[in-house]
Ligand binder design. Structure first.
Ligand code: HEC
Length: 405
């Protein structure tokens, strides 16, 4: 019952999260687009307006939006003046709630990969929540320090430390949780940028104007750096948040380099998209980046992982088969989206599509693998392929693995 209620809350929080994120990222992309397309006033104009920074015309809904970007006249502050922040806060709040119901509420085991780590679910929750806070502190420290004046160094240090965190989490978390954890760390830093830097600087700026101080561009500059960070983080974070749909990637043994390639490639794509107004070959460059990233990832996925040199238990052999035979692509740890989550399945009661109930004993589990269509679990399509062709010893190993979950 408890998990059923958590499931319904997950539906609500996930939808709000996706909707708010679309509004936030959509705004952010549109603002960046407008900045890039702003036409600066011509120097030789007859009556140059000193307050005008640029203008832009956009066709929409049977008319033209004629936009002007201008300095604010402290004596004529526009009313109403629209601020943009709640999309970001709503995304973060619903994201935290979703993290709690989807990953923390079941005691934290949904985060773990039992074949890699033996820490408790409670410890996994502490690592996950602590990781979000610690990452934000690390990021803040770097970008408040003197290093921020050497952006290349600051970016490199941030990236290396992020990968160190990913490496740490990959020793304990399953692939989907690893991607979501990394996305949650970056996404939280993005929302914190809006709260602590972008909006705060805008408030200070408006207060200084109202106090009659001259137009000071320093506030805008400070906010702009964090805005740019958020801008470049959007594509990688969106990708990580969709991790449940990319099991081929999340189940990769070399999680850290794969994720590193994904992050770099998506940031490069964003950069090339922004360069399209002055860089003629931007589209070819994006295709090249995409092909190169796919090539490197394919190599990383194909290269054999060194054997650990220890004889594996049948359950651990089964765990490898579970990934190798593609079971993990549908049965993702911590998710019952595409196929039932198999955690704790052995000897549990299963309800089938026709309402009949069975205990998932060895015979049931073996039949589920050999003839999945014989008993179809309630709530799922009869979509699982038969694995009757697997040799008996592999079936036994898979069975041992399922019993260990
Ligand atoms: C194409 C997706 C897909 C793949 C690949 C897949 N499964 Fe399934 N599996 C499902 C679906 C959907 C169900 C639920 C419907 C059903 O019972 O057939 C299911 C049901 C099961 C069940 C019964 C679960 C229950 O709650 O009673 C077991 C056990 C199982 N699969 C094990 C495996 C194993 C082991 C493999 C790999 C050898 C595998 N599956 C591969 C989709 C898949």
């Amino acid at each position: 019952m408890e998990s059923e209620i958590a499931g319904w809350f997950a539906v609500i929080f996930r939808f709000v999260h996706v909707l708010a994120a679309i509004m936030w990222i959509g705004n952010s992309l549109l603002f960046t687009w407008m900045e890039l397309n702003l036409i600066a006033p011509r120097a030789d104009e007859e009556n140059p307006r000193p307050d005008l920074l640029g203008h832009l015309d956009m066709l929409h809904g049977g008319g033209v939006f004629h936009l002007e970007k201008k300095l604010i006249d402290p004596k004529a502050i526009p009313v109403p003046l629209h601020w943009f922040m709640w999309q970001s806060y709503t995304t973060w709040i619903s994201g935290v709630l979703l993290l709690i119901v989807a990953f923390y509420s079941g005691g934290g085991t949904a985060l773990l990969d039992a074949t890699r780590s033996s820490i408790s679910g409670g410890a996994a929750i502490a690592f996950s929540a602590g990781g979000i806070v610690v990452w934000w502190l690390v990021y803040e420290t770097i970008w408040r320090s003197k290093l921020k004046d050497k952006p290349a160094g600051a970016v490199l240090l941030s990236f290396v430390l992020l990968l160190a965190a990913v490496d740490f989490f990959s020793g304990h978390f399953n692939g989907r949780a690893l991607y979501l954890q990394t996305g949650a760390m970056l996404g939280s830093a993005m929302s914190a940028n809006v709260f602590f830097h972008i909006i705060r600087n805008q408030k200070k700026f408006m207060a200084s104007l109202k106090a009659g101080e001259p137009h000071d561009l320093k506030y805008g500059k400070q906010a702009k750096m964090r805005s740019m960070h958020n801008h470049y983080m959007t594509f990688p974070v969106l990708f990580m948040m969709l991790a449940a749909h990319f099991p081929q990637l999340t189940s990769a043994a070399r999680a850290v380099p794969v994720l590193a390639v994904v992050i770099v490639a998506l940031m490069a794509v964003k950069h090339l998209m922004n360069s399209r107004y002055h860089f003629k070959h931007w589209l070819a460059a994006i295709c090249g980046t995409f092909a190169a990233a796919c090539g490197v990832i394919a190599l990383l996925l194909a290269a054999p992982v060194e054997a650990e040199g220890v004889a594996l238990s049948p359950a651990a052999e089964g765990a490898k088969l579970f990934v190798g035979q593609g079971c993990a692509a549908c049965h993702q740890q911590g998710s019952s989206q595409l196929a039932p989550d198999l955690a704790g399945i052995f000897n549990s009661e299963q309800v089938l599509a026709d309402g009949s109930k069975f205990t998932a004993d060895e015979a049931y589990l073996l039949e589920s693998i050999r003839q999945p269509q014989a008993k179809v679990v309630r709530g799922y399509a009869a979509a699982m392929p038969s694995y009757a062709h697997l040799p008996e010893e592999d079936l036994v190993k898979l069975l041992e693995y399922l019993k260990s979950l």
